[in-house]
Design a protein around this ligand. Sequence first.
Ligand code: CA
Length: 220
Amino acid sequence: MRILLVEDDGMLGEALRDGLRQLGHVVDWVQDGGAARAALSTASFAALVLDLGLPGGDGLGVLRWLRHAGRATAVVVVTARDSLGERIAGLDAGADDYLVKPFDIDELAARLRAVTRRSDRAADTVLAVGEVVLDLRQRMVTRRGAPAGLTAREYAVLELLMRRAGGLVTRAEIEEELYGFDDDIASNAIEVHIHNLRRKLGAQFITNYKGRGYRVEARC
Ligand code: CA
């Protein structure tokens, strides 16, 4: 499987990378949170091995960012022996498992096999609410079986709303999903996307909670 390894300790990182490669995995190794986010944004990994003890405590930030984006990538966090609080925070933030340093490479490999089996079974491939079906594999949305003809950004907004169906999604969360730090955001851009989505999917499909955010109502 393809694994992203995030470990700032050079010796440990190198040993883990080489060990996992010897076991037949494809391993990309990065040493800080920024590089981890960049890698996760551009490539698809079956699993993430994440040292929570990154400079600035950014390990947890990477994990929260990943889960916030709705990504189901299997995550094993790695922590120092005396950091019980960190371990709990990691599990709360959506880690699938953890290992305490030092650990054996075979144990890491076994944990990775276990968490990826679980996430394969749990992976959603289709989100459906009412007449609207969003196919995550094909990145395709249909309404009553007919293609809805969404743009890439409309799709991204809708995916976020449908993953959280029944819950409120704030405008800031949508902006974070759509735009990089350096992008200029037109002040009405989100409203335009929502307007188009309501036009294509039915005005009742998305509720506007003025000043708070938007919601797709959960229906069975
Ligand atoms: Ca570290």
